[in-house]
Unconditional design. Structure first.
Length: 484
């Protein structure tokens, strides 16, 4: 606003001064034009003949003119060399400190000048002038008609307008600043609340929230900040819970190892049994650490490395690796056809983990089925356009109790009665499966009951799928005795 007001005031002053200059130039041109016309066509009223005396011409012309208050009309007659020129002036007062008809030095400079117009810069004030030289024959003295204008008062009025405009702009600037200060303070108050809340947040206290009022952008900012605080609070809570659970799980094998080593005697059989127990606990602790490192890597963008994979080959490979996990009745239920962009190693790791989970909760001879299929919005589809991939492991065990279904995918959570038995693992296997599924864009892990009893765990993925030339979504399986 300061720059704008200053520009307006300065521009207004420039326009006013330019108008003064233009008016003075027009006035000088008008007066000299009138004198030139009178000199050319005028006649002496005493004789009725053209003027033959420059002094008479100047005197008659000056008697007939009415000058502006700041304007001087003079007739100058050259005198002896070095002397001030004689003057003919109108009988009136000029409202300036030093009129031109009283300034002999300035009159001499004007008469001696070869220019027809110009500006005199004097201590008493500038003078704009124009002259018309009068040609005379023989030895008659040189003469000239001079129009002089003192622009000081006109310029002073322009400067006064400039000062008044500056004062008005200053008052307007103060009012604008005050109003802007109040309005900006009201607008930015929620932003200050955000800053204050952010400054008061600590890892131990993430409960503060910003009150949201209205429906403008500032309210949206407060809502976004509150949502961010909600996510941070959940993340810190999950982190603390994870650290507590990890410490608890690792503390148990460390305590067992220390206790057995402290109580170990000199008997060779006892020492051998102690070494076996310690080695088993250290192996279990090593598996927990490896699983924790794997879950930490799940947060990195390169956790999965998708590549084109044939779904039929991937399913068959998983089946071959899984059936060595235990003495169960393994079945390759169905195989999806097509090529999809997946991370085959991570998918295999997740499927083998689900198979191992099924082995732990089934008895020898019970059935475990492994398969893959293509799903559309309403179920299995015979084509790959817009389909999703489901890879699943289904068992005929006791199933998952409802109160455990909500927690078994969380870290270190096995549930209160996990499928009929309490497992010996650390409770990280299904968390790894979920991390692998979610590592694929749009992927997730599902749990549903198996028809006839049992549980089915499935990876539901939405990769880019390239269809196979052969129609259908499943491959016809060979007889049981011919399966690899």
């Amino acid at each position: 606003m300061t720059v704008a007001f200053a520009a307006v005031a300065t521009t207004t002053r420039s326009i006013l001064l330019r108008d003064v200059d233009s008016r003075v130039s027009g006035l000088l041109a008008q007066e000299t034009g009138e004198f030139a016309h009178f000199e050319e066509r005028g006649v002496d009223p005493a004789t009725g003949q053209p003027f033959d005396d420059p002094g008479r011409l100047l005197r008659v012309f000056l008697e007939r003119q009415y000058a502006d208050p700041d304007e001087e009309l003079l007739g100058l007659l050259a005198g002896p060399a070095g002397a001030a020129p004689a003057k003919l002036v109108q009988d009136r007062e000029i409202p300036v400190e030093l009129p031109l008809h009283r300034d002999a030095a300035s009159r001499r400079r004007i008469l001696a000048s070869t220019a027809s117009t110009g500006t005199l810069h004097r201590a008493a004030g500038d003078v704009r002038w124009a002259k018309v030289s009068i040609a005379r024959p023989g030895g008659e003295p040189e003469a000239a008609f001079v129009v002089a204008f003192h622009p000081g008062r006109e310029q002073a009025r322009a400067n006064e307008v400039f000062r008044i405009l500056l004062a008005i702009c200053g008052v307007a600037l103060l009012m604008t600043t005050g109003i802007g200060w109040v309005v900006a303070g009201r607008i930015l108050k929620p932003v200050r609340l955000v800053r204050t809340a952010a400054a008061q947040l600590t890892e131990q206290d993430l409960t503060r929230r910003i009150p949201v009022r209205g429906h403008d952008d500032i309210a949206a900012l407060a809502e976004t900040f509150n949502a961010m605080l909600d996510r941070l609070e959940r993340a810190f809570a999950a982190q603390r819970e994870f650290v507590d659970d990890a410490g608890h799980e690792l503390r148990t094998p460390i305590t067992i190892v220390r206790g057995h080593l402290e109580l170990m005697g000199d008997d060779p059989a006892e020492r051998e049994e102690t070494v076996r127990l310690v080695t088993d606990e250290l192996d279990r602790m090593s598996r927990i650490v490896e699983d924790l490192l794997l879950l930490a890597k799940a947060e990195r963008p390169d956790f999965v490395a998708p590549e084109p994979v044939q779904l039929a080959e991937l399913t068959a490979d998983v089946f071959v690796k899984a059936r060595t996990l235990g003495d169960r009745h393994w079945e390759l239920a169905e195989v999806a056809e097509g090529e999809a962009r997946l991370d085959p190693q991570r998918i295999t790791q997740a499927m083998v983990q689900l198979a191992q989970n099924a082995v732990q909760h089934t008895a020898p001879g019970q059935t475990i089925r492994i398969g893959s299929r293509l799903l559309g919005p309403h179920g299995p589809v015979p084509h790959t356009h817009g389909a999703r991939v489901e890879l699943y492991v289904s068992d005929s065990g006791p199933g998952v109790q409802p109160q455990d279904a909500e927690v078994i995918f969380e870290r270190f959570r096995r549930g209160t009665a996990r499928r009929g038995t309490r497992g010996t693992g650390a409770g990280l296997g299904l968390s790894i499966v979920r991390a692998i599924a979610e590592g694929h864009r749009g992927g997730r892990v599902l749990l549903r009951e198996t028809e006839g009893g049992g549980a089915t765990f499935a990876l539901l993925l939405t990769p880019d799928i390239t269809p196979e030339p052969a129609p259908g979504s499943t491959r016809e399986l060979p007889p049981e005795e011919e399966r690899p």
